[in-house]
Design a protein around this ligand. Structure first.
Ligand SMILES: Nc1nc2c(ncn2[C@@H]2O[C@@H]3COP(=O)(O)O[C@H]4[C@@H](O)[C@H](n5cnc6c(=O)[nH]c(N)nc65)O[C@@H]4COP(=O)(O)O[C@H]3[C@H]2O)c(=O)[nH]1
Length: 567
């Protein structure tokens, strides 16, 4: 019988022993064996990186690893590989310990021949395969291949230990398919089984590989999110799962609409241990069913309220663009030397139908997270450019500053969309300034520099907003083609009373000037701040003391009063 050849990795530092084994195989065995020889542990690892082997023959004393340690390291490195250990004649004890520590078999040097070697290899491979099968049966669900309850509890325990150590939250989702029983009863068990397999696959696609999806049995699944940054993360994943499960499924020509109810418990708020978190999530799942299925519920009512408020805000935000509920206000920018109005910053406002005027801090973070910032940001840029062009056409020389969020800046077509808006509105690029935060800039430095250079190449001005609050890694400043730094208002508010803030503001101004960049101070509220900034030769100022952000009509009045530079 001709069996396919076996790939053997022989790890042996003694040349004579290695030669002996190779010679045995050269005699011709069935199945034949292709031997790769490594003399050190490091060399073996390099072979394992690029190749598949069927079995490892391992000498425990190598130049770079000794005794059982060699076995542990190899096992950790290649846990799936069957291992036969080679030991010296007097090392019976060691050989037995190796078996206890994960080797499948052992051979005593000088005490075997080809037949024994082949038998050991076959036996070892068979044993490893059986071990894997037993493990699969013990820890995984046979229908879906997902971790079963035993493995889930183990993973959950580990997740909680880790969350506690890192002072983070973790979440447990209890999922139950809606009306699964009636599908199973009416269409049959094999149909139900296929449905569960499809749902299992979809669930896996919704989570990170470090999280766990498990099947408890029947139509119940558990998801464990190991590290949770915020409540929003849990909401986002719950909604992702609900959407993924509700995509119609076709089985044997039947189109099926399946939905899921999810109960969510959070660690540590809703339970300190595995069992109590599962119980809380289970209770929350029942509430989700009561609330009409195809939805999620948190165990805690406070969390439900927060999630609901956020969901409503998102729905309203989506509608706001279509219903023209956004407006821009313009805050004057004053040149310190000439004391003249030289431009303005465009600031977004939301005229909410029920709540009245809503400030950007209340909705920009959510818009960022949901991606709504892209269309909103485009609207802001287009409106600010068109409005500025109108004022310029009336004879005012003005520059407009527009805030650009990190997500907007990272869009592949960001530069193109700015170019389109400039072309459409006819605003001269040199009168537009994009305000970017440090956080947005330092995320991917190489890409950032390319984008900034392209914008700069178009003649657009670039400013770093809220300077001093972000990474403040000064080294990058040299590499970024930035025109201006805007000192965050938290440093300005106390420059006259807090000497640290005064030093920071003064240092930023001096440093910016030495790098030939201009400086704007934001949030000027008093004459004494203005005096300080004037003394330190800050270039431009902006703040309530000079003017609050104004709606366009009021800004037009302000323009007339201030009689800025007019052509
Ligand atoms: N206490 C005090 N505050 C002053 C003073 N002078 C100006 N401010 C406020 O400081 C903020 C300056 O804008 P920012 O730092 O870019 O901070 C902005 C900006 O990061 C963001 N934002 C505003 N509009 C947009 C936009 O169109 N797109 C994006 N992505 N973000 C925006 O929201 C933030 C907050 O905007 P606003 O609420 O309009 O708040 C504005 C402005 O009203 C002052 O003297 N004292």
């Amino acid at each position: 019988m001709n069996l396919p050849p076996l790939a053997v990795l022989l790890i042996e530092d003694n040349p004579a022993d290695a030669r002996l084994v190779s010679e045995y195989f050269a005699e011709g065995s069935d199945p034949s064996c292709l031997v790769t020889h490594a003399s050190t542990f490091a060399e073996a690892v390099s072979f394992l990186e690029g190749h598949q082997y069927d079995v490892i023959l391992l000498d425990l004393s190598l130049p770079d690893s000794h005794g059982l340690e060699t076995l542990h390291r190899m096992h950790a490195y290649a846990p799936q590989m069957p291992i036969i250990v080679f030991t010296g004649l007097d090392d019976d004890e060691l050989a037995l310990s190796a078996m206890r520590h994960g080797a499948q078999d052992y051979l005593l040097k000088g005490k075997f021949d080809l037949n024994l070697l082949i038998r050991a290899i076959r036996y070892t491979m068979e044993r490893k395969r059986a071990e894997a099968e037993i493990k699969q049966l013990a820890y995984y669900d046979t229908l879906t291949g997902l971790p079963n309850r035993t493995l889930l509890m183990d993973r959950l325990r580990q997740a909680l230990v880790q969350a506690e150590r890192e002072q983070r939250h973790a979440a447990v989702f209890f999922l139950d398919l809606d009306r699964f029983k009636s599908i199973n009863d009416s269409l049959g068990h094999s149909f139900g089984d296929q449905l569960l397999q499809i749902v299992a696959r979809r669930l896996k696609e919704c989570i990170r590989s470090s999280d766990t999806v498990s099947r408890l049995g029947g139509d119940e699944f558990i998801v464990v999110l190991n590290t949770l940054h915020s409540l929003e993360d849990a909401v986002r994943i719950a909604r992702k799962i609900i959407d993924a499960v509700s995509v119609p499924i076709t089985i044997e020509g039947h189109e099926l609409f399946s939905t899921v109810s999810i109960g969510i418990s959070l660690f540590p708020a809703d339970g300190a241990g595995e069992e109590s978190l599962l119980k809380s999530a289970d209770l929350a799942m029942y509430r989700a069913k009561e609330r009409g299925r195809n939805t999620y519920q948190f165990f805690s009512q406070e969390m439900n309220q927060r999630a609901l408020a956020r969901q409503q805000l998102e729905t309203q935000l989506r509608r706001a663009l279509q219903h023209d509920e956004f407006a821009l206000h313009y805050q004057p920018l004053i040149d310190m030397r000439s004391n003249r109005l030289i431009g303005m910053e465009a600031l977004l406002r939301w005229q909410h139908p029920e709540r009245g005027m809503v400030g950007p801090d209340e909705f920009i973070p959510l818009a960022e997270e949901t991606g709504l910032i892209i269309p909103i940001g485009e609207w802001v840029l287009r409106t600010a450019c068109a409005q500025t062009k109108t004022w310029q056409d009336e004879g005012y020389r003005l520059r407009v500053g527009v805030n650009i969020s990190a997500r907007q800046f990272k869009q592949p077509d960001f530069v193109a969309s700015v170019a389109t808006i400039l072309a459409e509105t006819g605003l001269p690029p040199a009168t537009l300034e994009l305000e970017l935060t440090e956080t947005a800039l330092v995320e991917n430095i190489a890409e950032t520099i390319t984008t900034l250079n392209r914008l700069k190449g178009m003649g657009i001005n670039l400013a770093i907003d809220d300077f001093g609050t972000g990474y403040s890694s000064l080294s990058y400043l040299k590499h970024f083609p930035i025109d201006r730094l805007k000192i965050d208002r938290t440093f300005i508010s106390e420059i006259s009373t807090n000497s640290d803030d005064a030093v920071i503001a003064e240092t930023i101004i001096a440093m910016a000037h030495s790098l030939r960049k201009s400086v704007v101070a934001e949030g000027v509220e008093h004459q004494r701040q203005l005096d300080f900034l004037s003394l330190k030769e800050c270039d431009e100022v902006q703040g309530f003391y000079l003017s609050k952000p104004l709606p366009p009509e009021t800004f037009t009045h302000f323009l007339r009063q201030q009689s800025p530079d007019r052509d």
